[in-house]
Design a protein around this ligand. Sequence first.
Ligand code: GAF
Length: 383
Amino acid sequence: MTTKDMKEKIQQIFKEKFGEPGTLYASAGRINLIGEHTDYNGGFVFPGAIDKVMMAEIRPNGLDKVRAYSVDLEDYAEFGLNEEDAPTQSWARYIFGVCREILKRGGQVKPFDTVFAGNVPLGAGLSSSAALESCFAFALNDLFNGNSIDKFELAKIGQSTEHNYCGVNCGIMDQFASVFGKKGHLMRLDCRSLEHEYYPFDPEGYKLVLVDSRVKHELADSPYNRRRESCERVAKRLGVETLRDATMEALNAAKSDISAEDYFRAKFVLEEKDRVLAVCDALVAGDYETVGQKMYETHRGLSKDYEVSCEELDFLNDVAKDLGVTGSRIMGGGFGGCTINLVKDELHDKFVEEVKARFNEKYGHEPNIYDVVISDGARRYEE
Ligand code: GAF
């Protein structure tokens, strides 16, 4: 659905259910050019917000409960704002979690009515959940707190919602990208200090293409949390706070004390940390061949050492390589979802056609293809 159609649908349903109009807010899904599973290790990532959003219309209702309607799921929930009022529907827990995390920080939230929807594909690794959290964190800050909560804290409110209400022990990348996203720019984010630098991204002669395997990835209760535990065990063994401060020499010296599995997890993270920095230099130099080569290296590491790929994603990566695509890799947490591909303009149409046909032949359905437009993050939606 286009964002404009979605907005109209939300407004129509809000009017039917709750009467007087509220205020519209939106926040974006994200891509990540490179730097996967580095965020919770204190490393670097290179994300940007995209033109697919979660959008909500919201109005304080003067009642003692929040009334929320999900357009996409056609489901309604009501809940109070105390800890014991947690709703049962998992989608409503994202909204409840954001309210609770604001209240825990001494902020204000009063009951409200809301209708929301999204065109960020669910389970595709584009962070629809972070977009939802960031949309509500931004909105409730605007409506009830005079925007006194800074944007760093808004991103942390989304992240804590995942940890405390949704069972995903994620890093900060997705929420940060969704809150801080800037049109036409990727950002290099240091996940330890949260220092970030915007990089204009409009690679002349290339396109970014997402190929969605349609294998649904679900991070809650998934091996995602176990990957993080592996990293934390190794960091502890090496006597550092996070793997950001570890070196390959130290890891190799401790190899005999670490399980083979944990060793390969940590090895991937240390290599990925260096790859992000190499990609930043390559981007500044306009050297997209190096960017692409690093993307392939990331895919190999995520598949063989970090083991967060699946057959379909490896197949997509092989097809990209075979067709001469400059760079291709799994994007996001893994276990399904999309590959991100850096494709020369002249190869774009052939790539899309071939990847659809070959995937269809093998798996009996075509992958979804999304062209990427780097856009703004959380905002009042006034377009
Ligand atoms: C998911 C998580 F939510 C992020 O924090 C990050 O770890 C990512 O997987 C992998 O880079 O999107």
